[in-house]
Design a protein around this ligand. Structure first.
Ligand code: FES
Length: 161
């Protein structure tokens, strides 16, 4: 399942977090649902925190662990992976694999001393603009609680491999 190559996505993460990473919310949004839901929220002039930065992937299943680790290494306070509700995934059940992958990462984060809640997973459909708004406010609240020291600790922990 390709759209952008891995190195292109990694470069997008680098660009996103180049300046003031602590103020950003790094979002991976599936093209068919969450990206469209975010778009609808914008078109409907629904207000939500403006500091989310979205990387569009064809499916949440395209979000490799490597992308998430890379975002944390680059100083992301919060990473949100968002895709279609289970029955709506355009790649059969790829989002169920997304859920397994994210659950595995929550365990790994915990083992590395990184709060798992800094990695969020949400299902938002193309029609759920107000749900997108709600999710964005919730992740922004989480972001505000991540201190600069915590981000630095994370970067240190991840640099050890
Ligand atoms: Fe949206 Fe798979 S196509 S999560």
């Amino acid at each position: 399942m390709r759209h952008f190559a891995d190195d292109q996505i990694l470069a997008m993460i680098d660009a996103m977090l180049e300046e003031k990473p602590g103020e950003k919310i790094c979002i991976f949004a599936c093209n068919w649902c969450s990206y469209a839901g975010a778009d609808l929220a914008g078109l409907s002039r629904i207000q939500y925190p403006p500091n989310g930065r979205v990387i569009r992937t064809m499916c949440s299943g395209r979000v490799d662990e490597e992308f998430i680790w890379h975002a944390f290494k680059k100083g992301a306070p919060i990473v949100l992976v968002s895709g279609c509700h289970f029955v709506d995934c355009h790649y059969i059940d790829a989002n169920r694999w997304t859920q397994k992958r994210i659950e595995g990462m929550w365990n790994k984060l915990e083992r590395k001393g990184i709060r798992p809640e800094r990695l969020q997973l949400e299902w938002v459909s193309a029609a759920e603009a107000s749900r997108w708004q709600k999710v964005m406010y919730a992740v922004e609240e989480l972001r505000k609680k991540v201190t600069r020291e915590e981000i630095e600790e994370t970067q240190k922990a991840l640099s050890k491999g």
